[in-house]
Ligand binder design. Sequence first.
Ligand code: PSV
Ligand code: MN
Length: 426
Amino acid sequence: MKIDTDQIKSLNQKLMADHQADFDFLANRLNQQGNDVGSIVEKLAGFQVAIPSWALGAGGTRFGRFSFQGEPGNLAQKIDDVGLLQALTQTAGAISLHIPWDIPKDYDGIKEKAASLGLVFDAMNSNTFQDQRGAKHSYRHGSLSSTDKAVREKAIQHNVEVIEIGKKLGSKSLTVWLADGSNFPGQHNFQLALLNTQDCLQQIYARLPDDWKLFIEYKPYEPNFYSTVIQDWGTSFMLANACGDKAYTLVDLGHHLPNTNIEQIVSTLMLKGKLGGFHFNDSKYGDDDLTVGSIKPYALFLIFNALVYGMENNPQNPDLSWMIDASHNIKDPLEDLIQSLEAIQEAYAKALLVDQKKLQQAQTAHDVVLCQELLQNAYRTDVRPLLQKARINQGGAIDPIGAYRNLNVREQLIKARGKNTIASGL
Ligand code: PSV
Ligand code: MN
């Protein structure tokens, strides 16, 4: 299924008068306050977030998985689904693949399909957390950190293969997330596990093309419950430094213990020019993979405030690779992703409204109350008309969820794909 621009235009028509009135009122107010609304709308339009192939179907927990009907059953269908998101939102212009779940059979066909939907291939994700059928060596006791050289070699080779596949698709980065760790005290020699991991990452890094980046993701716990080899941003940062200039830390919002000050981590990494990638999601307890902004929207805004500051003041940090990393247990995955995309844009737009000059003056004057006012005034602004404007300018929908439902997208997907397809490789 494909959504064409005329369908969206005709749905927009009904909402246009209300949108225009809301936009004019807000733009007027913001311009009076010294904002450049035109440039904010442009920045929003340019803010593209990759969709991971594994978020297009229903996720699950270790207690089970409830399929969502009409899930994409193969790579081509996953790309189709991201195409639908892109047509509606115009902010999902990339797909991030997971290998071996998404190995293309027909590279030209897959590339053509993506291009025809306006999509590029974002970071490639390797998988050394799961044994594949018939595997000679097992990742049961770790991959890059394993005490077994043959297992480490296999995990390195896998990452090299992922790079090769990505090269054929036009991707420019590899994301490594390791499940390596231990469940019980004494099970691991921490130093050996870290040294093995560093050595293997360096070998993978040596195979990285010149114009590629390596993103190293961290996570405090899960699937292991006692220790994780790359448990925090400091460990990831250290490993990235040990690899070289093209290696960066990747921050996944769900990979922090409760109440961690993520905006401070972001600031430090950008100052050091080492923040490369970002995975969005939200959580109440741990790596809950919930819809972005559904639990802690103010925290997301504060993180964006740090990101915007970094993007404006840290030329030493490269452009970031943005991705949603969520999983949907009970919602329609595509509706959930639309909600996440909207929440990301909203937090970004609000952060762009923060008067950085005044904030700096208030900080210098130790006017703590004014500092808070400046942040919260921006946060309390209803910026949705700006998001709508950015979408309209690019042919997207004023109300993406409304359009999705109006066009009966899920019903059509079920008709075409059936009720029992499975998108997940788990
Ligand atoms: C597991 O936590 C995870 O969600 C990581 O964040 C990776 O990015 C993703 O899986 C895919 O490997
Ligand atoms: Mn992630």
